[in-house]
Design a protein around this ligand. Sequence first.
Ligand code: ATP
Length: 643
Amino acid sequence: SALSRTLEVDINGGWKEGTPVPYAALAHTFSLIESTTKRLEKTAYLTSFLLLVIQRSAPGDYESLLHTVYLCINRLSPDYIGIELGIGESLLIKAISESTGRSAATVKADLKKEGDLGLVAQNSKNSQKTLFKPKPLTVPFIFKSLKEIALASGQASQAKKVSIITKLLAACQGSEAKYIIRSLEGKLRIGNAERTVVVALAHAVVLAERENDTKKWSKEKLASRLEQGAEIVKSVYSELPSYDLVIPALLEFGVDGLKQKCNLTPGVPLKPMLAKPTKAIGEVLDRFENKRFTCEYKYDGERAQVHKLPDGSLAVFSRNSEDMSKKYPDLVDQIPRCIKESVNSFVLDAEAVAIERSTGKLLPFQELSKRKRKDVKLEDIEVKVCLFAFDLLYLNGEPLLQMSLSDRRNLLKEHFQAVDGEFQFAKSSDGESVEEIQTFLEESVKDGCEGLMVKMLESEASFYEPSRRSVNWLKIKKDYLAGIGDSLDLVVVGAYYGKGKRTNVYGAFLLACYDADAEEYQTICKIGTGFSDEILQAHYETLKPLEQEKPRGDIKVGGAKPDIWFEPKVVWEVLTADLSLSPIYTAAQGLVEDRGISLRFPRFIRIRDDKAEDDATGPEQIAEMYERQALSHSKGRKGKKGG
Ligand code: ATP
């Protein structure tokens, strides 16, 4: 049924084989996806649409599928190239008003009513009388135009952007304007998580394969091929997160050939492996019972994935796959000194940590966060940085992800050398008793680290799992031991005006977590402590430009009533004493109970500008924290009862 509804997009046979994908067809698919909250249905709509795209593309044309997929995830390039949309509201209002002949004030008033500029654009268009039917928009044309807009820079760029957008809007029909405007804003808001797109892509390729097969497939064969296909594409994409590379290979070699053709490649940052929090050393021993594991210092810096390409060039990528080579020219300068002659190409996983060179003392993350993000000049650098390498993921043409950690670590030590104050191997201890871990933890804290990372050392369980928060990596932070628990990374979505001394700045803030499946921000708490006056002033300056009168459509508000709303963008790390169920906030609603979960006594720790808004803590993690806390409370009570 998804297929037949998607086929309605065929717009009177206007989409012939070998012709460009009509944008109206994609917009129609977006409407179908937006119309349901069920993940399986969303995937089915997208799958059948992508299947149509594959079937109607001329042989050798992979761009139709590539551009369609990019528009579905609202991106224009792989993350590390970083061509970004996110055009300011006022510019879009100007373009809407110019192309529909309505005044900017009316458009603004409509926006206040609707809370969705996309819808305002669509309504403005549809109430406009047009004499000529415009030439239909196509996916390649929209992709090219969006890219031109995103790349426009320099003096005349604003005018250029408005002019391209105005022309696009003039040619829009039906719901096209809605999605074009939302794309330009940087959020499609159809609840189409990237995971769904990857699965739909895999399914579409498998279905195309079935249609081309002269033999009939049994139901069982189809189901198993679909499942297998999704697993393969997910795993390949997490290793090589570039559709520019994965899609052509997928079309040419099919799901089965993909693994051979696409592997980790220096120059394309992979999504890093992440750790699960643990509350006590006992928990580590429970999880890793009878297995060999290692404890490493958890350095308090910024994750740095260092790549050396066979042509000799070096690149440093952030946790978010952003190119940080311009932020750390000193690292780029230092790294060649730690590479032995045997090395031609590599990918290192490491932490960049601020260091006092004269004493070797490690400095907290805050020192690094003072650095500009771009165009740092070597001669201006005051705070030096040392790279602490903890993993080797690729060496001389070979990906090492599926090798045990102990083997990867041996290779790391064999091919690299420590240089005082510039490059070190993460300090580790393979001791396995509670006492040994406790001692090592205390040592790590004394040396300026956040605590320990505990990692599985042998066998498959120790393979590197890109983009996974894995149970094979556990973190123990010193804060957990004080009973405070893990910190959360939350998005600032609103603020309350200050009182008394704080009247010229915001006095408290509304925070939200991010549900990547539903693509929505869920409110979680109001926070007003942990801020110095200087910090409040700094927050005011960062947040003021993001002010909005109404909550954006993808914020699930609940009963929260801040004085002002923000576009979700800024991420803060926050600690809490406790989590509780709440009738007001919407975080993790339905996961533990119908009510949401809220933080009690939240405290601001720091700004996380290495995280994007959609990297914020998710509702599952919050539910997990809540349940763990409930469990430890009940254990505590039982313990007391038992004497
Ligand atoms: P956190 O706020 O704890 O840094 P996170 O979500 O960024 O959380 P986690 O998986 O929770 O990431 O913790 C792992 C992070 O700790 C890594 O991203 C890395 O930046 C840092 N780190 C420091 N030392 C190590 C180490 N020895 N091994 C792995 N990661 C390390």
